[in-house]
Design a protein around this ligand. Structure first.
Ligand SMILES: O=C(O)C1=C[C@@H](OP(=O)(O)O)[C@@H](O)[C@H](O)C1
Ligand SMILES: C=C(OP(=O)(O)O)C(=O)O
Length: 462
């Protein structure tokens, strides 16, 4: 339970989870992070006022709200509805100060792509984690389109890091581009730059990544074409194709629901329902993996919200078996591997995950951080350059007792706390603050379900 004590200001707030009795109850998944970012960014570019309900008010999205205000949009909130007065024909403007995107990879990469289509100059910054992540994956195609981009090189010689200064004359050249890694962020940055570019800008995806940008751009009136060819999907935007304000009701985030689902699967006697979960097939890879492991997962009450299909998911404690996760499923569950590894720790047999090298450049090196979190708690795990193998304990309690370093990574923090619910000894994380980037209601929802998680918020928290 939350403690009434407060941490001294500036001290990272730790958290601890302990073996919990059956989880029960009905909760609603928080707004999807990907869709929330896009609704603010596209709304800011559009003509008119976009109304957004169900927005995730995580720190990543608040950074995007600040960034789009800095680029000229007016964004206000009243009674839970967000109003985004877009810049329309006047276009995004050079900001007066640097644009700080906080911890958000999606935010900074999509906003740089969007900004590149206008005549402006802007410098983008982020926190320590975001400043260590590669930006050349979007800067290189934007340079091909005619943007000037200056980025930092680290002491170790790694190029393309924040701060990045972009200068664009707003008259870009359309390109056809095949990203070297499956990445919805790269696809989205290029398509957004293509919105104001005369001609057809195309992204070729050998593996389809989450398609929220395509879907939502169409809802904003843009001309976006998706063609399935033999070995790839070709996604094109023909510009200039001005955006018109839309009404967006953000569906629930399957990547956040994942933590609640695995909590119920590993905690004996549990039976919970998570309402409002987006079921877009480019996001449901974890549900397929868990079902193959023997999980009791039932989706019901399918309906539409914000142009996406949503459903309510019933989950019960289940006996799990290890699986070999197909590599071609990685894009549809890219953020879910740390929590899948936790589920695998409670299965019988081994779970093999390959083709996940991209996890090394997320908020932390998630292959290393997941392996460290499991071994600190007595779970056998083998790490490879682009994979992990977890040997399950056959269904009982894991040893626990570890103190897990979260490396500014919300998903590592939540995965470790979930593992503790099924551990003999409490699991502690060194810093719970990053959980608020994607899932600010995590502790409240876990407590509603009956999980025992001790969290002492920092003194400066509300
Ligand atoms: O487009 C998006 O909203 C996202 C794309 C993914 O990143 P990559 O494009 O780097 O795979 C994912 O990890 C991130 O949490 C959200
Ligand atoms: C990788 C993630 O986000 P981002 O890239 O937006 O920081 C995530 O939320 O797991």
């Amino acid at each position: 339970m939350s403690s009434s004590k407060k941490q001294p200001a500036g001290t990272p707030p730790p958290a601890k989870s302990v073996k919990s009795a059956a989880l029960t109850g009905v909760v609603r998944a928080p707004g999807d992070k990907s869709i929330s970012h896009r609704s603010i960014i596209f709304g800011a570019m559009a003509e008119g006022t976009t109304e957004v309900t169900g927005l995730l008010t995580g720190d990543d999205i608040l950074s995007t709200v600040g960034a789009m205000r800095g680029l000229g949009a007016e964004i206000t909130e009243q009674d839970g509805t967000w109003f985004v007065k877009g810049v329309g024909k006047s276009g995004l403007q050079s900001p007066k100060t640097d644009i700080d995107c906080g911890n958000a990879g999606t935010g900074v990469r999509l906003i740089m792509g969007a900004a590149a289509g206008y005549p402006l100059s802007a410098t983008f910054t982020g926190d320590a984690s975001l400043s260590s992540r590669p930006m050349n994956r979007i800067l290189n195609p934007l340079r091909e389109m005619g943007v000037s981009a200056k980025a930092r090189t680290t002491d170790k010689g790694e190029e393309g890091r924040l701060p990045v200064t972009l200068k664009s004359n707003g008259a870009l050249i359309p390109i056809e581009y095949t990203p070297p890694h499956a990445s919805a962020q790269v696809k989205s940055a290029i398509l957004l730059a293509g919105i104001n570019t005369k001609g057809t800008t195309t992204v070729v995806e050998p593996t389809l990544t989450r398609d929220h940008t395509e879907n939502m751009l169409r809802a904003f009136g843009a001309v976006v074409e998706t063609k399935s060819r033999k070995d790839a999907t070709h996604i094109s935007v023909t510009g200039p194709t001005p955006l018109k304000a839309a009404k967006i009701n953000v569906p629930g985030d399957p990547s956040s629901a994942a933590f609640l689902i695995v909590a119920a699967l590993i905690t004996p006697g549990s039976s919970i329902i998570i309402e409002n979960v987006m079921m877009n097939p480019t996001r449901t890879g974890l549900f397929e993996a868990l079902t193959a492991m023997g999980a009791y997962l039932r989706a019901d009450n399918f309906r539409k919200s914000g142009g996406e299909t949503i459903a309510d998911i019933e989950v019960k404690h289940s006996k799990l078996v290890g699986i070999n996760v197909p590599e071609n499923r990685a894009a549809s569950m890219i953020d879910e591997y740390p929590i899948l590894a936790v589920a695998a720790a409670f299965a019988s047999g081994t779970t093999i995950m390959n083709g996940i090298g991209e996890l090394r450049v997320k908020e932390s090196d998630r292959i290393a951080a997941t392996a460290a979190l499991l071994s600190a708690n007595g779970v056998k795990v083998a790490e490879r350059e682009d994979g992990l193998t977890v040997t399950g304990n056959g269904g009982g309690l894991v040893k626990g007792g570890g103190i897990v370093k979260t490396h500014h990574d919300h998903r590592i923090a939540m995965s470790a706390l979930i593992l503790g619910l099924g551990a003999e000894n409490p699991v502690t994380i060194d810093d719970a603050s990053m959980i608020a980037t994607s899932f600010p209601s995590f502790f409240a929802l876990m407590h509603t379900l009956g999980a025992i998680i001790d969290y002492t918020p920092p003194a400066d928290a509300l």
